[in-house]
Design a protein around this ligand. Structure first.
Ligand SMILES: O=P(O)(O)OC[C@H]1O[C@@H](O)[C@H](O)[C@@H](O)[C@@H]1O
Length: 297
């Protein structure tokens, strides 16, 4: 069966290849496994909670309506870090296409986490579409402002944890020349390095990364993941390294930072503001591609 639903999750398998599948937890509509020919592509902590008691540490948590911890907005500042979508149980809307196999999930205030919608009393409808290609995974989001009178102000981000072999042998290409905000130094600067490499905790937001840029994760000269984006101008690059991993109870094994890198396409530098009745769409495409080093314009 290409789509298997249980109380907890939905598993989508390619009809032409049963070793290629994606598993989506209804809690957070979190993709927590994507296997290509039996090989896991995403990183998931062995201590990740899959029982709805905490957002999932790994896979693709969804960040909405706020990235990080806001301190200025009257309502968004009341929400916990990264908002309410990853801590709400979404509704499974069913399969919408058989080729490529595609499913949808929905979230609206009536079913979202009531503790959190109390703090952020806005009208919205989110539709997440997950499409399983032969060697790709597309996650697409539509945000609708269902209010008839109020604007909807929000951030969106796909918090994608990629599985890699070894962080110190890994580089991320095609972000060279971009302006970034370093969340640890609390400073903005131009990244003049030809590629991003990792030797310590990294938590940076690249801004206005052109949609033509395919971000590639390269392991010792070999392309292992390619990330393409639509309508998501910012890209967060995060690795917690040693100390930060120690401080996260759900991050296991503690050496797991060596096998993961978060490349998170989003719209987080500025808020999106949607007028009543309007919709906004974006997607990320995780795929395999030839190594393509793009020149800085
Ligand atoms: O522990 P959380 O809430 O899942 O956040 C993990 C990380 O998420 C990243 O997106 C942020 O840039 C980091 O600052 C943060 O530490």
């Amino acid at each position: 069966m290409p789509v298997k639903e249980t109380d907890r999750e939905v598993v989508l398998t390619r009809p032409d290849d049963e070793t290629t599948s994606v598993t989506i937890l209804k809690y957070g509509a979190t993709v927590y496994s994507w296997k290509l020919k039996s090989e896991e592509q995403l990183w998931l902590s062995t201590a990740a909670k899959l029982d709805g008691s905490k957002p999932v540490r790994g896979g693709i948590p969804l960040v909405f309506p706020v990235f990080g911890k806001n301190t200025t907005d009257e309502y968004l500042s009341k929400l916990p870090q990264h908002g309410l979508a990853r801590n709400s149980t979404w509704e499974f809307l069913g399969q919408t296409k058989s080729d490529p196999p595609t499913v949808q999930f929905g979230l609206k205030p009536e079913i979202a986490n009531p503790e959190l919608t109390k703090l952020w009393p806005m009208d919205f409808l989110l539709i997440l579409t997950v499409e399983l290609g032969v060697d790709s995974l597309k996650t697409a989001i539509e945000v609708e402002n269902t209010s008839t009178s109020k604007e909807l102000k929000f951030n969106w981000l796909f918090h994608t944890y990629f599985r890699i072999e070894d962080i110190e042998g890994t580089m991320v290409s095609n972000l060279a020349g971009m302006k970034l905000y370093d969340q640890l130094l609390k400073e903005s600067y131009l990244d003049k390095h030809p590629v991003v490499t990792f030797h310590q905790e990294t938590d940076v937001i690249y801004q206005n990364v052109s949609p033509e840029r395919a971000i590639q994760i390269v392991d010792k000269g070999v392309q292992v993941h390619t990330l393409k984006r639509y309508n998501l101008p910012d890209t967060v690059v995060w690795n917690p390294w040693v100390e930060k991993s120690q401080g996260m109870a759900d991050f296991e094994p503690k050496t797991g930072y060596e096998q993961m890198i978060c490349i998170e396409p989003g719209h987080v530098h500025d808020f999106i503001t949607l007028a009543p009745g309007k919709k906004w769409n974006a997607h990320q495409l995780l795929c395999k591609d030839e190594l393509n080093y793009q020149a800085i314009q």
